[in-house]
Design a protein around this ligand. Structure first.
Ligand code: 5GP
Ligand code: ZN
Length: 142
């Protein structure tokens, strides 16, 4: 896609600190990291949403992201890593080329997810599960 910043990075039109590349995916360092080593793994094909990425490519993204996470743990002072993907503006997606964040984490790194925990009213959990599972049936390979 011609006006996509990540497509330009893949094409080499914008420089990046490349970590890995194969026929399906490209991995590089995030320019504004949560912690140093914070990486992004993207499909070479332009997809705005993760939902349209072919299964093989999505699997490769997850596999390589996990390998990078393990390496970051070994290389630096980190204990762990988060994989994060924002799909849509309300979820925090700013660059509209799907990307998987690999965020190295340390127990004392000072970063906290602002993660609230709601409680389902009586019956709501079963109702939502039933609606999703009915709609999901038969759609996984679409
Ligand atoms: P999002 O909020 O869309 O999930 O994350 C987009 C990420 O892309 C941000 O963490 C941002 O720092 C990173 N980013 C945006 N533009 C560039 C760029 O030109 N180069 C690199 N390496 N990262 C970028
Ligand atoms: Zn793109």
């Amino acid at each position: 896609m011609s006006d996509c910043i990540f497509c330009k990075i893949i094409a080499g039109e914008i420089p990046s600190a490349k970590l890995y590349e194969d026929e399906l995916i490209y991995a590089f360092l995030d320019i504004s990291p949560i912690n140093f080593g914070h990486a992004l793994v993207i499909p070479k094909e332009h997809h705005q949403s993760a939902s349209t990425i072919p299964e093989e490519t999505a699997g490769r993204m997850f596999h390589v992201a996990s390998r990078i996470g393990i390496l970051l743990k070994r290389m630096e002072e980190f204990d762990a890593y988060n994989l994060h993907l924002a799909d849509g503006t309300a979820a925090g997606q700013v660059v509209m080329h799907a990307h998987l964040h690999v965020i190295p984490r340390g127990a004392e790194d000072g970063f906290r997810w602002n993660w609230r925990q709601l409680t389902y009213p009586e019956g709501k959990m079963a109702e939502i599960a039933s609606e999703i599972s009915a709609k999901l049936a038969g759609k996984i390979r679409d």
